[in-house]
Design a protein around this ligand. Structure first.
Ligand code: PMP
Length: 406
């Protein structure tokens, strides 16, 4: 019988391993800054009030059943999701040029987008390649490799300024062969928390147009960055307005707190309705062989919220609650480091960075020291999840950060 002798043992996923070690730690003041999920001020997962309300509405709806959804998903979900990211008056939607497919959250959208490009992008004789920011969400590499697209880095983060390596980024766009595929984080870059400014996005879009590059947008944090859904969609909408060829991966894991429900969508904007129809037909074929049809519950929840004016306003308030708490934690951490503790170094990036994550700029040794000496869990690249900080632990964290950098 097959003994799987040739199967090497893979290491556990580093983030999930970090969480397991945190859970096993019995130290009372332990802090988990690894987790990429929102926590409230009591360090508890937060079910959004609007989601609780929508769940009750679904439970009382006697007309619902458990039949299969269409292959490309719940139509009232995908069309509302497209408006959410592209804007309700988007010319791409009005001209029926946007293709929208419901996916297994953002990961599934990245996968389907990558698979579609692998099969149908006109690569010509060029090798199948995608340019990824250095650093990026670790799963990007694996997702593209899985479909035979080779990931290559483009400069993004500058450790000297703990900010954007803007000239390196532009330089990479300029020197890549024409029609290259570049992955862009739509907002709240993971893991750095460093986003281009509006002016920088405009200059980046210009190079995309000049070089005919393809923009593969990943949007996992709409609303989470600034607290405003429209503001966080600005880069994507700008690129659509300018006519950059693109697709967008959309996740409702963070902004609706629906992590485990796997709600997401892939939107591809093409030049004509005819192209959109052909693209959609092939996406259906791909989706059919992979998952047959997407799950219904989470899509129904989000669809209810997006298509009801009152619920939509409540959702926006919930998003402001989450984004606001994170922004408050940034301010408080900054205040403690700069005013109270007078920690050596410049900490402006703590308040300038955006979204769930912050690159602190501390070294691997300092990150490890925080874990070993203070039971503060974070990835060794110095990234912290701001959602793991709260009124009860931010001082403890600041004091220990102060100690390891002195
Ligand atoms: N892209 C990025 C950049 C992310 O940070 C995440 C979440 N960690 C995702 C995509 C996808 O997450 P999900 O599949 O849970 O929507």
């Amino acid at each position: 019988a097959e003994s799987w002798q040739g199967v090497p043992l893979a290491p556990p996923d580093s983030i999930f391993k970090l969480t397991a070690t945190y859970k096993a730690d019995t130290f009372p003041n332990k802090v988990n800054l690894g987790v990429g999920a929102y926590r409230d001020d009591n360090n508890k997962p937060w079910v959004l009030p609007v989601i609780k309300k929508a769940t009750k509405i679904l439970l009382n709806d006697e007309t619902l059943d458990h039949e299969y959804l269409p292959i490309t998903g719940l139509p009232e979900f995908t069309s509302a999701a497209a408006k959410l990211i592209l804007g309700s008056s988007s010319p791409a939607i009005q001209e029926n040029r946007a293709v929208s497919v419901q996916t297994i959250s953002g990961t599934g959208a990245n996968h389907l987008g990558a698979l579609f490009l692998s099969r149908f992008y006109s690569w010509g004789d060029a090798p199948k390649r995608v340019y990824l920011s250095k650093p990026t969400w670790a799963n990007h590499q694996a997702i593209f490799k899985n479909v035979g697209i080779e990931p290559v880095d483009y400069p993004y983060y500058d450790p000297k300024t703990i900010g954007l390596d803007y000239s390196g980024f532009i330089g990479a766009l300029e020197s890549a062969p024409a029609r290259s595929v570049f992955l862009l984080h739509a907002c709240a870059h993971n893991p750095t928390g460093v986003d281009p400014t509006a002016e920088q996005w405009a200059a980046i879009a210009e190079v995309f147009l000049k070089k005919n590059h393809y923009a593969f947008f990943d949007c996992a944090y709409q609303g989470f960055a600034s607290g405003d859904l429209d503001k966080d969609a600005a880069a994507v909408r700008y690129f659509v307005d300018k006519g950059v060829a693109l697709l967008v991966c959309q996740s409702f894991a963070k902004n609706a707190g629906l992590y485990g429900e796997r709600v997401g969508a892939l939107h591809l904007v093409s030049k004509t309705k005819d192209a959109a129809d052909r693209v959609k037909s092939q996406m259906s074929v791909l989706q059919r062989s992979e998952i047959s049809n997407p799950p219904s519950h989470g899509a129904r929840l989000v669809s209810l919220i997006l298509n009801d004016g009152g619920l939509f306003e409540e959702w926006k308030a919930d998003i402001r609650t989450m984004a606001g708490r994170i922004i408050d934690m940034r301010k408080e951490l900054y205040r403690l480091l700069t005013e109270e503790l007078k920690t050596p170094g410049n900490w402006d990036h703590i308040v300038n960075q955006i979204g769930m994550f912050s690159f602190t700029g501390i070294s691997e040794a300092q990150s490890k020291a925080l874990t070993e000496k203070a039971h503060i869990y974070l990835t060794t690249n110095g990234r912290i999840s701001m959602a793991g900080l709260n009124g009860s632990n931010v001082r403890y964290f600041a004091e220990n950060l102060d100690k390891v950098v002195r």
